[in-house]
Design a protein around this ligand. Structure first.
Ligand code: 2HA
Ligand code: ZN
Length: 270
């Protein structure tokens, strides 16, 4: 038995590879973090090494104090995770104030992704607004989502409506809609703040000219959300390249879906 034999590590590794197979992780693009449950920590603890030095997050996240996260490494390629998990992913512990992190397993000589502050701020918000059920934050360079940020107005409403109308399952999967973050320099605290603000309302946030951030209680749900959003964006891009929309799902149709599937659509999007 080793760290890589634990179910949560195996599922994490599988998701990295699934994203790679989708074409969302060129070079070192994209990153994935998972907040361990108490049971996960118990199962993993005997494999932890000597903890390494502390690093500042840049913000205080007290509701994540003493939590543990799996994270992809800075500059690491998601393509390589399945071949050598220990070299490409690590487990970090947060301090007793939720202000610093340190690596306790994996990533020898390295550190977590440059987007770790964004991931942690999103975890903090999603943990709070979901009553602790959210555990996964995933960033991918979903091609068609990115393409649409060059042609659609960069508003939550424009993106939500385009996605809801381009695949019938969308209003059921994300009835609250999606958030859109304007173009910003990645890797810093400003884009992290802007993204986590969107995560107060939405399970997903689009980064203009860059990619997609999604959240979820588990790997299947988070990956499924990214996949659903990207599929719908793909359909919309094809519609545009076929000459544009001639008919679509109307607002009354959207209301009918919501009624039959028992979801409440964000009224600001209708
Ligand atoms: O980790 O995707 O946004 C590489 C990136 C930065
Ligand atoms: Zn990115």
């Amino acid at each position: 038995m080793a760290m890589v034999d634990l179910d949560f590590v195996k599922t994490y590794v599988r998701m990295c590879n699934d994203g790679w197979l989708q074409g969302w992780h060129e070079r070192n693009g994209g990153n994935l973090t998972y907040r361990l449950s108490e049971k996960n920590v118990e199962a993993a603890r005997s494999f932890f090494g000597e903890p390494r030095e502390w690093h500042e997050i840049g913000v205080a996240l007290p509701n994540l104090a003493r939590e543990y996260f799996v994270a992809t490494g800075s500059g690491k390629y998601l393509r390589n995770v399945a071949l050598d998990p220990e070299a490409n992913i690590g487990i970090c512990e947060l301090d007793e104030k939720g202000e610093r992190w340190r690596v306790v397993w994996g990533l020898p000589g390295s550190v977590p992704t440059s987007e770790f502050p964004t991931h942690l701020m999103n975890h903090s918000v999603r943990k709070r607004v979901t009553g602790g059920t959210n555990r996964v934050i995933y960033h991918c360079h979903a091609t068609n989502v990115i393409a649409l940020t060059y042609v659609l107005p960069l508003t939550d409403r424009d993106f939500t409506r385009a996605l809801w109308q381009s695949a019938t399952e969308c209003p059921v999967v994300f009835p609250e809609g999606v958030g859109v973050v304007p173009w910003m320099v990645p890797g810093g605290v400003d884009i992290a703040r802007a993204t986590s603000k969107k995560m107060e309302t939405y399970q997903a946030a689009i980064w203009a000219m860059h990619g997609l951030f999604v959240s979820g209680p588990d790997f299947d749900t988070a990956f499924g959300l990214a996949h659903t959003i990207e599929k719908s964006a793909d359909v919309y891009v094809r519609v545009l390249s076929c000459g544009g929309v001639r008919q679509t799902i109307t607002d009354d149709d959207l209301r009918a879906i919501a009624r039959d599937f028992g979801v409440t659509l964000n009224p600001a999007m209708l």
